[in-house]
Design a protein around this ligand. Structure first.
Ligand SMILES: Cc1cc2nc3c(=O)[nH]c(=O)nc-3n(C[C@H](O)[C@H](O)[C@H](O)COP(=O)(O)OP(=O)(O)OC[C@H]3O[C@@H](n4cnc5c(N)ncnc54)[C@H](O)[C@@H]3O)c2cc1C
Length: 375
């Protein structure tokens, strides 16, 4: 049987960032990334808003807050140095009515507590100077929120990992895990469907929507330990390109506690188009189709701050699915990023619930996981 030092299951942006970090930091460790699809980034990492978040929303001291604030700076520097396209567009969180103003105040306090120091409040008059076509009663402005090209980011991470000796095993699906000696045997299928296995000392579970299944193979009771994932779909609608110039920033409504996402908002693409989304609703199966019948909900959600929008401007675009640890009606859940040594699973690092802002955090997550390997 083949053996290696580190197996990473999943070549999304997080698995790739971890592979690049470990291969670069520990040249003596042999790293294999096992991915069931033909290429990296075919699931959640290519179905998101591509926003570099600043860290405003998340509970103080949570991993989401800390890794987002540090990850954002790492990611901007990485994009700049490695030639990954990005734009520091800035983001407005707008109050649509006077009733929204107190939630902006609460959000501002949370952002400051999280170390997001560049956030500021703007009166309606200042907002209309920045965005003349947007209706608001005032807004928070976050200049350090931006967008990036996630495919080029992943391509660069893959390149760095390969350069430092990591191997990418595409079309290889992990099927089981068994302990052996000081390490583990990972069972998988080859591209031709034949069964195979490899032994390793470190196993890093970055399997996104499949991460709870992978954790269950380790003997972890996913229900009891709170590792079960609840897929939560987000659809996007594109806006007629003739209106692309009418919003220049990312524009969000204030979030409400019951929302499973940040509320349907305006994202911009690197080529300047306007996209609305994502929505948020729990699903039982992985299906990336967009229901055109949901256009009315999208229109109703944003027409208060996008008065220039006509219903006929909306076209179904794409959908992504969040791997949420928080089930329907449940309170906030943080990322799980954990070396499972205290469960008798030394050498296993699980990453679960890596929903937004996971793209922003990919490099800070990679640093955290590589530190665990060091111990
Ligand atoms: C609608 C939406 C909008 C979002 N917007 C943003 C945003 O604007 N900014 C931001 O920071 N974050 C955003 N996110 C979150 C971000 O996209 C994710 O956090 C990130 O992509 C997670 O990457 P990952 O590598 O953990 O998972 P994935 O990209 O899902 O990768 C997991 C990989 O594991 C593989 N895999 C699974 N099981 C196996 C197996 N048994 N064997 C082999 N391979 C396997 C899969 O094929 C997949 O390629 C958004 C997410 C969604 C859904």
């Amino acid at each position: 049987m083949e053996s290696t030092d580190v197996v990473i299951i999943g070549a999304g942006v997080v698995g790739l960032a971890i592979a690049a970090e470990i291969a670069g930091r520990y040249p003596d460790l042999q790293v294999i990334v096992m991915e069931r699809n033909v290429q990296f980034g075919q699931e959640t990492s290519c179905r998101n808003s591509e926003v570099i978040h600043s860290g405003i929303y998340y509970l103080k001291d949570s991993l989401k807050a800390r890794l987002c604030v540090t990850g954002k700076d790492l990611l901007y520097r990485f994009c700049h140095e490695q030639g990954v396209p990005y734009k520091r567009l800035g983001k407005l969180i707008v109050a649509v009515s006077d009733d929204d103003l107190p939630s902006l105040q609460m959000l501002m306090e949370r952002a400051l507590a999280n170390g997001v120091e560049d956030i500021s409040y703007m009166e309606a008059r200042e907002v209309s100077q920045l965005e003349p076509h947007i209706a608001s009663k005032g807004a928070l402005f976050s200049p350090s929120t931006g967008i990036l090209d996630s495919h080029k980011l992943m391509k660069r991470l893959e390149w760095l990992a390969l350069k430092d000796g990591a191997m990418m095993a595409y079309c290889h699906e992990a099927r089981g895990i068994m302990p052996r000696g000081d390490g583990y045997i990972v069972e998988f299928t080859n591209p031709d469907g034949s069964a195979d296995a490899i032994s390793c000392s470190w196993l890093i579970n970055c399997a996104g929507l499949g991460a709870d299944r992978v954790a269950s193979w380790m003997g972890i009771d996913v229900e009891k330990e709170g590792y079960r994932l609840y897929p939560c779909k987000g659809e996007y609608f594109s806006v007629n390109s003739s209106k692309a110039e009418l919003a220049r920033h990312l524009i969000y409504p204030p979030p409400h506690e019951e929302l499973k996402g940040l509320g349907i908002h305006v994202t911009k693409t690197l080529d300047g188009r306007i996209r609305l989304g994502p929505s948020a609703f729990y699903v039982d199966k992985i299906d990336y189709s967009v229901d055109p019948g949901n256009a009315g909900d999208f229109y109703d959600s944003v027409k208060g701050f996008l008065p220039f929008l006509d219903f006929t401007d909306l076209e179904p675009e794409m959908a992504g699915i969040r791997p949420k640890l928080q089930g329907p009606g449940q309170p906030f859940r943080d990322f799980i990023i954990r070396h499972e040594a205290d469960r008798g699973l030394k050498g296993i690092i699980n990453l679960l619930g890596i929903e937004s802002p996971g793209l922003t955090c990919c490099l800070s997550i990679a640093g955290m996981v590589a530190d665990m390997i060091c111990r």
